[in-house]
Design a protein around this ligand. Sequence first.
Ligand code: ADP
Ligand code: MG
Length: 696
Amino acid sequence: MPLVSDMYGSMVFNEHTMQERLPSATYKSLLKTMKEGKPLDQEVANVVAHAMKEWAIEKGATHYTHWFQPLSGITSEKHDSFLEPLGDGRAIMSFSGKELIQGEPDASSFPSGGLRATFEARGYTAWDPTSYAFIKDEVLCIPTAFCSYTGEALDKKTPLLRSMDAIDTQARRVLALFGEKPQRVVTTLGAEQEYFLISEKEYSQRQDLVMCGRTLFGHAPLKGQELEEHYFGAIRPTVNEFMKELDDELWKLGVPAKTKHNEVAPAQHELAPIFANSNRAIDENLLTMEKMRLLASHYGLVNLQHEKPFAGINGSGKHNNWSISAGKTNLLDPGDSPMDNLRFLVFLTGVIQAVDDYQELLRMSIASAGNDHRLGADEAPPAIVSMFLGDELGEVVDALIDEHEYRSADRVAVDLGVDALPNFLKDNTDRNRTSPFAFTGNKFEFRMPGSSVNLSDCNTILNTAMAKSLCDFADAMEGKQGEEFEAAAIDYIRDTLRAHRRIIFNGDGYATEWQEEAARRGLANHKNTAEALPCFVDPKSIELLERFGVLSETEIRSRYEVKLEKYSKLLNIECRTMKRMVRRQFLPAINGYAAEIARNVADIRAVAPDAKLEQQTVLLQKLLDGVAQIDEQLRLLIDEQLAANAIQDLQERAYAYAERVIPVMDALRAAVDEMEIIVDRAHWPVPTYNAMLFYV
Ligand code: ADP
Ligand code: MG
């Protein structure tokens, strides 16, 4: 058994390996690129490419790939071998700086929202030296950005990197006011990944799971999660074996998988890594998701990453733990001295302003057909964005806003003058799990993202909105120093907190009263994806994203189109799958069972004309009524689906799916599920929730 410490990162071309294998001048200039965002020159790239190739070949790699994240959200790769024929029948293994820096995957079939048609058919990939290259299945994977020939982003990574640049620039302006000059400010991210594991055998018998990743039918199991016996429960052996192999594989790839446990719903689990720079953390999360899917098959299991594979029990999210750091300083850490606290309050206020001003963009950034089943479903945050600060910090904010005295936890009165800013304790105990955006001691936890999502989208928005808050502050403080700066900063914080107080909510986010209260406060409540997406193309959003160089209007419009299309396409596939299952599986099963009962009734009557057959005839009638009900909903579904697909305007089509098709899908499902519990189990054509959720 290799030691974990030996194995960790063994497949990653990380800083340690770079230092070992690169001439020191090359290493230094590569570090500058990685840490400070300095451009990289071709010479350096050639040397790095050579070292990377030698290293990869020693580790058994034969191919390399530019690993990228097209707008479909998942990662893509096309493998090229290092092979270069010499012309005399022999070959060498070669890899140039040019091949490292740029690739042309000719990936013209990825969604681009019309961008590629307008510009140039080919997209190209460009090396992202700020995330490590790694070896996966004998392939050297080079993290890359994916752009059109004219430089439009065609992927999820490019805008994220641009947003990190924006926050770096603005945060350094703010820190300069405090006399701090860090080399680079980055955002950090810890992504908690939830997922389900079920047996491959049952999975393969359900077309809905195979095609859509979620069950479109299925009556609630006899017990759900009400006994709370699964959460943090002992992990069963097969699952444990899976988790162990997953950890090993992730550790080799330098992914710092840290905690694993059973989640609330039966068959649900979670993996949380140690946080990293957001860019790297997202690459790691995507690798984690891929490894989970692939390794599950070693144990006869299937890994479900859909936000809501099963109705009636919890769905899966991906909590986005987010902070900003300058070197070793976490800028969302309250700190120990009054000045640390002032800096903290500036950043905290910036987050509050950003989340309030761009609440709709944040909601948009995590909207998807799958996530619509979670948000507002009493198990996940509501679709309304609000912030939870915790008692202690909440009191500090109240005191600042109302200009009253703040009493710290030990009940010592603290004057809010600059010299004696409250040296508050870190309130690490976040007792509110219903909040979409909660302060958890030294970071914020954004709980709305769904389990299947690429976190780049929401972090891009979060970072850019935060960059704007910091920019506003720096602009307002321009030229101020010393006590004048401190006094002006406090005033600025107070005014900004007053203006954005409405976004802070410490109560129960699941309560219906909150919906009313939020409406009174003027907070947005976009219940589904169709409603959430249009704000992406609002002038206010375009203004923000263009101003900080994150996305151009053309890029925004293309992304909006891709999201709209994906939504309707997914629902269209779900409808098709429903129709197929109803016609070829459920109706034949129910009819078959009804016919069997009818035959039984006739048989019994033949020998016992006076027999009491009430139970049988009532059941028969229920089955026939059920069939009629299913048939009616099926016809309705066909009509609504056809009508939706006939709509040319993508936004209108999305609305039609959300408002007209989904209710019929729900009704059809309900009609089938009602039959599931009265049809003989030998006739039921698919595995039930009882069978899927309690055996793994
Ligand atoms: P909780 O139990 O409240 O969810 P944890 O300490 O377990 O909090 O952290 C949850 C996730 O947050 C982990 O992935 C962790 O690495 C991450 N995290 C911790 N500190 C930070 C930070 N400064 N920036 C981003 N993520 C962080
Ligand atoms: Mg958490």
